[in-house]
Ligand binder design. Sequence first.
Ligand code: MG
Length: 252
Amino acid sequence: MTPRLLDDWPAIAERVRAARSLALFLDFDGTLAPTVNTPGEAEIDRSARAALRALAANRKARVCVISGRRRADVLALVDIPCVKYLGVHGAERATPAVSQPAADMVQEARHELTRGLNGARGIAIEDKGIAFAVHYRNAGHREINDARQLLENIATAGQGSLKILRGDCVWEVLPREIGGKGETARRLWQSQSPTSLPIYVGNDATDEGAYRALAEGLTAKVGAARSTHAHYLLKDTREVARFLERLREEMT
Ligand SMILES: [Mg+2]
């Protein structure tokens, strides 16, 4: 059974105080902001925003928001200075991280899927430039199965150049060369502040790789106690806000 993070706070606070600095990685949807039906309306809780702003301004903490959304999108929604923003599961950064042939391959796959689906009900394809997402929350079983089959055929024809991440009612299709959130977070931590304590908070299946990649650090999953590689659970985005507030207190 995965323990609740706030129940174990004295031990965690001790680790935070002992660390020279923190490398804090946060997912956006379902972690910093409650999940909403209209993605453009997602909003960070006010107390989480205040704590995040203070942590970002603290010289002993590096804050990175890593999302499946486009980078520009997550930057506009968070909009706090001194935060590093990574979009499309770490593939989209301030500088290009994907080769042109890989990006072209993804676009080709997206066009093929769009043609093949031929406007199937309830399936929405989101173009993310260097990746695309297939949202099926509003589709029926048959449409979902057909879309899955089509996508698998396209991925097979791509001979391993594409990677499919399974999220919450979404398939994310990325170039294989993108390692996902786990590889990205680990590399950033190692290259920027290898002596710092890495902390990762997420909520979705696409965050599981990051819990594994940062197993030496402190990892937490937001939501119910289904099987997870995270060390701890946080109940909801309000508990994330409380966690960030406590971190801020320990860091001042
Ligand atoms: Mg999320």
